[in-house]
Design a protein around this ligand. Structure first.
Ligand code: SAM
Length: 243
């Protein structure tokens, strides 16, 4: 059983998520101690999926966010490279005709240019081997004036909260993981990958490098999670403006 290191080799990351797929959502709920629904609702607001929108949820996992966009009336493509996560997603949401689960790589999206109104990725970009390539791909598949939203663990900005958070991640979380998950190594990787992830302004810079405009970010729970948002440049001929 191989657990990814920070090289994030796609076959290792994908097989790790295959292994944890069955209990992924339950373990997440326990580890985030009830805060995750708040992070998810803020992500849903930032994406602003509307009836008729075509939304791409990259690294969708079991489709937890995809379902929220579908419930808002959008047609959603839930893309992931782990067959295990897709199978679990189809088991949970397969009866929703608005969600189409597709296997594919965030670094080489199997979609035409300008084919989505909104593109989003939640707790996924940190696991992608070349995040800049994935962000470039997000820009490519968005229509002019389309929006991208990235929800990801980030850098805690308050010193006291950081002390508590570090103690939780290094002390309490490993013990909880041993009790509730069969794959403690996967959650050691979670901890390491969060620590190695760059702070908020760096990710904002990656979005600008790709060509996104009006890039902003917002800290949730003191920066435990950050929401980044950007827009693709508008066509001269287009009169569509999103917020
Ligand atoms: C922590 S889970 C997040 C799942 C879901 N977005 C959520 O909010 O619960 C990360 C997901 O990213 C997927 N993933 C990682 N790298 C990927 C890549 N290069 N292409 C597609 N999916 C990827 C994994 O298979 C896994 O399902």
């Amino acid at each position: 059983m191989t657990t990814p290191d920070l090289q994030k080799r796609p076959e290792q990351v994908s097989s790790m998520f295959d292994r944890v797929s069955k209990h992924y959502d339950r373990t997440n709920d326990i580890l985030t101690a009830g805060i995750a629904p708040y992070w998810r609702s803020q992500t849903r607001h930032a994406v602003r999926a509307r009836p008729g929108d075509r939304v791409l949820d990259i690294a969708a996992g079991t489709g937890t966010m995809s379902k929220q966009f579908a419930d808002a009336g959008a047609d959603v493509v839930a893309l992931d490279f782990s067959q295990g996560m897709i199978d679990e997603g189809r088991r949970r949401h397969g009866d929703d005709p608005r969600i189409d689960f597709v296997q594919g790589d965030a670094m080489a999206l199997p979609f035409d240019d300008a084919s989505f109104d909104a593109v989003t990725i939640s707790f996924g970009l940190r696991n992608v081997q070349k995040p800049q390539t994935a962000i470039d791909e997000m820009l490519r598949v968005l229509r002019p004036g389309g929006r991208a939203v990235i929800c990801e663990f980030s850098t805690v900005t308050s010193a006291p909260v950081r002390a508590f958070y570090t103690a939780y991640m290094k002390g309490i979380m490993p013990a909880v993981v041993r009790a509730v998950s069969s794959d403690a190594d996967a959650y050691a990787y979670l901890n390491e990958s969060i620590e190695a992830w760059p702070p908020q302004p760096v990710l904002a810079g990656w979005l600008r490098t790709a060509g996104f405009e009006r890039v902003k970010y917002r800290n949730l729970s003191f920066g435990m999670v950050a929401l980044h948002k950007g827009f693709t440049p508008l066509d001269e001929s287009s009169d569509e403006t999103d917020q």
